[in-house]
Design a protein around this ligand. Sequence first.
Ligand code: MTE
Ligand code: MO
Length: 390
Amino acid sequence: MAVHQKVLSTTPENRETPLADVPSWVTPNRWFFVRSHYETPEIDVAQWRLKVAGAFQRELELTWEQLDSLPHRSIFVTMECAGNGRSFLKPYVEGVQWTAGAVGHAEWSGVPLHVVLERASLAAAAVEVVFYGSDSGVEHGHGEPTAFARSLPLDKALHADTLLVTHMNGEMLEPSHGYPLRLIVPGWYGVASVKWLTRIEAVTTPFRGYYQTAKYTIKHRTGGGVRTDVVGPMPVKSEIIRPIDGSVLGIGANRLFGMAWAGEHAVAAVEVSVDGGLSWQRAELQGPRAAYSWTAWEYLWETAAPGEYTLLARAISADGHVQPMNHDFDRGGYLINFSRPINVRLDASRLSQDFVGDVAKLQREMAAVARERSRQPLDADIEFMSGAGI
Ligand SMILES: Nc1nc2c(c(=O)[nH]1)N[C@H]1C(S)=C(S)[C@@H](COP(=O)(O)O)O[C@H]1N2
Ligand SMILES: [Mo]
């Protein structure tokens, strides 16, 4: 069976992780979603330099070899685009119409950012660190080309888990994922993890770039009024991967399977409802449960009565947050973590097919699929969707 992948646009490259066909704890690189605002830059690593400039005691310019000689670390992190799930919003919200697949989980390796920041030695007046990618383009209503750039507050920039990444799942980064160097900001939406990194700048006033103030911001109501916040940490979320919406199931045992993640926190529990949210049961968590990483879950649903059912899942984070039932439209087309109903029909004339939900089995399956696919690199069934702007 071919893997079915959704491609929202090819230039820039925007494509989803095929969650239902590749349901593994580690997302293989070739199936990991891509979210790019501009064309993928072509970078010659021999010419490439990382400049570290601005509010530091000393500025640095590192070659690839110099960077690579610094201490390394690896960490598993789930990365999700802040617009993931946008196509499910009613009413319609402008932007790339992602379904559920702008999320993936990988092992990221590289040099902890703090190692480089400490070599350059931050000035006392520094308040943020800004990261520049080497991609740029002209945005609607902005005459000058806009470079992709984002900043981090000092505490997150200096955190031991924030990495300058060279490798993804043990392989050199692919061009689409930021070769030769990208940032990974664990627990934060993907937008913070700047790809094709060439410049790190410490600043003494908060950064006001396009992707920091015009895009990737949400409204936040306070007692006195409305504040604009930049998108940062990922809230708790779960996704039902199987069965898919609109499925016709048989009578007997049916397995619900999905993933749940909670940004900087581990997942504590997942609950499932088969009656549209009237009652909830505990799902079984499978495999690792760690901060930054998604956790697989499954629930064996035994039913005898044919009819229409609305399935829901809600995750609870280790710090006690519960996934919400509705989207908060103050968030616009970002931070889409509400429990999305999956409608299925139970058909009395069928028997249930207990598809495999066990993680160990899935991983063995995945390894077999990967081996097979390395011999058949074009065995993918690609669906082109209509993408729109940012
Ligand atoms: N330079 C640069 N970095 C970028 C982007 C970009 O367009 N340019 N997109 C961001 C967004 S919105 C996301 S969700 C992640 C996606 O990373 P991936 O394509 O490796 O999945 O990269 C982030 N880093
Ligand atoms: Mo994103």
